[in-house]
Design a protein around this ligand. Structure first.
Ligand SMILES: [Mn+2]
Length: 430
């Protein structure tokens, strides 16, 4: 791991919050992600299952966490299973976590080798009435892949069909939506790394640089600051490509006069930052670009100011739509007829701003968290309005990361990352 040690208090408290919500006499299991094979003997870099990480801090494959708060033997209230290092592993991959190290990372006293998992489960599960399993019930989760967790659940249900099965996902979806101080600090560190990358790009960019050259500058800066890399697939989109919302090819030259939309951010310790900035390839915005840019910035600033505990998501999304409509009218992209003809289902502004304004941010870039009811203190949200005008080969999005507060302005974790027109121009023309 490239990141500095995380205070295990984070994981201790996360487990406490989780187990408080479990029904009496229940046992819960959490599995690591698989290692994904690309073909032959190559694999993708390992990414820990975010729920296992959230509850244990263990960033190693083949790990299993067991939570059984009502276990008769208090040593079995929390158990971690990790792979034992053998000579082969030691030589080819390096030492895995020792039991002592696993305890230090997680704050869990009882650590077993993975080889003991079945025996321990067999003896513990007899004591339990309910079994919490961690099926991925995320609305947008892809359904075509059987995970290590899925295989574990299948086996469990075959061997223990008489237990009552409960969902951990529902609890975690709510818990992970509200961040602790340690988590906010980790997201802040990710934002700070992103800032360094963006500033490097400001001094690097000039007409005819290629989008992938910008991507290369960013990854260089991210890794040298202890990030393992991009928090999500980076978008470096110049000219027309900025109007393709999920453009990730990054394979075109940035032409004189083009704007470059960069939706790029670093991860740190598995926590995402999420940033979008849009800059002129030649260091100067045209008047038209300035006007559209300022409109997006206005919407972003006003939307951010609305955010606070108690704000209903529906109310927020409607209000942002109205802010955007006003800007599009003043830019003459919409006229009165467009407004008269719009419907609730199809507001006129969607022609130029077709995506959502905000999502939760944390261990996943589109993190768990309620977005149907009201906003709560210490939810971390993005605010990312955009205006896309394919006819003009012009797309602008601006995105910041915001912490919801109670009766106070939200905290902007990206407020130190240049965004004002003049600021950007000055930094690009020193
Ligand atoms: Mn985003």
């Amino acid at each position: 791991m490239k990141y500095n040690t995380i205070n295990p208090q984070l994981f201790i408290e996360n487990r406490k919050r989780f187990t408080e919500r479990m029904e009496t006499n229940s046992i819960a299991f959490f599995n690591a992600n698989d290692i994904f094979i690309t073909g032959a003997d190559s694999a993708l870099p390992f990414e820990q299952h975010r729920d296992l990480f959230y509850l244990s801090g263990v960033d190693q494959e083949e790990s299993v966490l067991v939570l059984f708060p009502d276990a008769k033997n208090p040593q079995y209230k929390e158990i971690l299973f990790v792979t034992e290092t053998n000579e082969h592993i030691a030589i080819w991959e390096g030492e895995k976590l020792s039991k002592q190290q696993a305890t230090e990372v997680s704050g869990i006293a009882t650590v077993f080798w993975l080889s003991e998992l079945e025996n321990v489960i067999a003896s513990l599960i007899k004591e339990a009435t309910n079994i919490y399993i961690n099926e991925n019930n995320h609305k947008r989760a892809p359904r075509y892949m059987e995970t290590r967790e899925d295989r574990f659940i299948k086996k469990l249900k075959q061997e223990y069909p008489k237990h009552t099965y409960k969902s951990s996902f529902d609890i975690l979806f709510e818990l992970r939506g509200i961040k602790s101080a340690i988590e906010i600090e980790l997201i802040q560190q990710a934002c700070n790394i992103t800032k360094k990358g963006f500033e490097r790009v400001l001094s690097f960019t000039k007409p005819n640089v290629w989008e992938y050259e910008i991507e290369a500058e960013l990854i260089h800066e991210f890794i040298r600051n202890r990030s393992k890399g991009f928090a999500y697939t980076p978008i470096v989109a110049s000219g027309y490509s900025a109007c393709v919302l999920h453009y990730i090819e990054n394979n075109k030259p940035c032409k004189n006069g083009d704007l470059i939309l960069m939706d790029v951010a670093a991860e740190y310790a598995n926590y995402s930052s999420d940033l979008t900035r849009t800059i002129p390839a030649n260091g100067r915005f045209t008047d038209r670009q300035k006007a559209v840019y300022q409109s997006v910035l206005n919407v972003k600033n006003q939307a951010t100011q609305m955010i606070r505990e108690g704000l209903q998501w529906k109310e927020y999304n409607l209000a942002v739509g109205e802010l955007m409509t006003a800007e599009l009218l003043s830019l003459k992209l919409l006229d009165k007829a467009d407004i008269q003809n719009q419907t609730k289902e199809k507001p006129a502004y969607k022609k130029y701003f077709m995506h959502g304004t905000s999502h939760h941010l944390g261990l996943d870039t589109h993190d768990y968290g309620d977005f149907e009811n009201d906003m709560k203190t210490n939810m971390v949200l993005t605010v990312e309005p955009g205006i896309y005008i394919p006819k003009e080969k012009l797309g602008i999005r601006l995105e910041d990361d915001i912490v919801v507060q109670k009766n106070a302005e939200p905290i902007n974790l990206t407020k130190h990352i240049p965004i004002e027109i003049e600021e950007i121009e000055n930094l690009m023309n020193p």
